[in-house]
Ligand binder design. Structure first.
Ligand SMILES: Cc1cc2nc3c(=O)[nH]c(=O)nc-3n(C[C@H](O)[C@H](O)[C@H](O)COP(=O)(O)OP(=O)(O)OC[C@H]3O[C@@H](n4cnc5c(N)ncnc54)[C@H](O)[C@@H]3O)c2cc1C
Length: 382
């Protein structure tokens, strides 16, 4: 880490230990999201790290952002994910929005005053996202050109607490080319919230259904042009991969930290359990896998910083880091024995939070599909 990265990391570590950590057990139990924590992270600059200063961002690199997400995840995967998804919305607006859209929506997001949500999945369109059926039909209401949205979205991270939603809906024929992206604000008539999911992990981050019933969206809220929505969504998800990987590294690091500390103090058979070789090998493997994951994540982030994006490596980073988080958190529960399985120690929370990292933003099977597709291309085009 360079000097700036070390400073960011130390600042975040101090904040999370003082302000986030004390609430985690209670808030996980009660599914309580604290907007004041998000606002404070914003005031410190962590909700708009990669956006240009012109729009209230810090103008930092994706590598810096990855380091920050990793640090936040050591206390709370939920807050790290909220920041990661909201930043994805900012990146979409910055890359595909026009000057008015950027000016209108970005400052509240970068400052952490508001949260953004990314809305692609539907009940019939998960891994096969291009199968979405929500519609946006051209309409003119009270002399204003726009679109009428109908349909629903499920699994939306920050649904209900976000103010700005990027919604993918069908304006044309089947498949990805018929999808457009719209900016929809909380409170728009015809837009309501459905079921809030009761989840195994990420319990502090609300996941909710969105319902659109004859919801009129002015044409000025269309992003880029008609038919660009799927391309916009895929570009955002590709960049999202190493951010999910960074969160996974933080989650795994915390689990290893808890394991080593516990193993050094817990005595059985008149010695610290750390000294049993069976556990030493587990911890050595955990540490090694975490470092492999971190290196992949940081390399992938640097590729985007250097304008040389590598989709295959981004998939590898997400796949490796999230599979590692699942394995390491599960092993951490094992190392702590009975207490690891209780809420007395946080490792069971990190194990529950790790699981969904293998599912979101393209399941790990889909990451393998993309890696294999790239391999085939490499071997058949040369
Ligand atoms: C907590 C949470 C938060 C989420 N947040 C958001 C959000 O903010 N915005 C949003 O748009 N979506 C969000 N999602 C949705 C998420 O992206 C989807 O759950 C994910 O893409 C998988 O879709 P699915 O659940 O429909 O599973 P399915 O696509 O039905 O997959 C089921 C199983 O089949 C496998 N499978 C599917 N296709 C293939 C294939 N071609 N080859 C091999 N295996 C395959 C999958 O890997 C999986 O194991 C969230 C989900 C969760 C659980």
């Amino acid at each position: 880490m360079n000097e700036l990265q070390l400073e960011l990391k130390n600042q975040l570590e101090k904040y999370r230990l003082q302000k986030i950590e004390p609430h985690m057990e209670h808030d996980d139990e009660t599914e309580n999201f604290r907007m004041d924590i998000f606002n404070e992270l914003g005031a410190l600059g962590f909700t708009g790290m990669t956006l240009p200063e012109e729009f209230g961002g810090m103008g930092l690199s994706y590598e810096d952002f990855s380091i920050a997400l990793c640090e936040i995840a050591k206390s709370s995967v939920s807050y790290a994910v909220t920041i990661s998804v909201s930043s994805m919305v900012q990146a979409i607006l910055n890359e595909f929005g026009n000057a008015d859209q950027k000016k209108k929506y970005l400052p509240a997001l970068t400052s952490g005053a508001e949260i953004g949500a990314f809305c692609l999945s539907e009940s019939g369109a998960g891994s096969d996202a291009a199968a979405l059926i929500s519609t946006a039909k051209k309409s003119n209401q009270n002399g204003i050109d726009g679109y009428v949205l109908n349909g629903s979205k499920i699994w939306i991270t920050s649904g209900g607490i976000a103010k700005t939603y990027i919604v993918m809906a069908r304006t044309g024929a089947s498949g990805g080319s018929g999808v457009s992206a719209f900016i929809v604000r909380d409170g728009t008539p015809g837009f309501s919230y459905g079921k809030k999911e009761k989840k195994m992990g990420w319990r502090i981050s609300p996941t909710r259904e969105l319902i659109f019933h004859n919801c009129f969206i002015p044409a000025e809220n269309l992003l880029a042009s008609e038919g660009e929505g799927f391309k916009i969504a895929m570009a955002a998800l590709e960049k999202g991969r190493f951010t999910i990987g960074a969160i996974a590294v933080g989650c795994a690091e915390r689990a290893l930290d808890e394991s080593v500390r516990y193993a050094l103090t817990r005595q059985q058979f008149k010695q610290a359990i750390f000294d049993f070789q069976g556990l030493q090998f587990m911890m050595a493997d955990m540490a090694t896998e975490i470092e492999c994951s971190r290196l992949l994540v940081l390399q992938s982030a640097r590729d985007y910083d250097n304008q040389t994006p590598n989709a295959k490596l981004a998939c590898m980073a997400k796949l490796k880091a999230t599979d590692t988080a699942m394995k390491v958190t599960t092993d951490a529960v094992q190392i702590l024995g009975g207490v690891g399985y209780t809420r007395e120690y946080p490792v069971e929370r990190f194990m529950r939070d790790a699981k969904v990292l293998q599912i979101v933003e393209g399941t790990n099977q889909i990451q393998r599909v993309v890696i294999a597709r790239n391999l085939k291309k490499e071997y058949t085009t040369h």
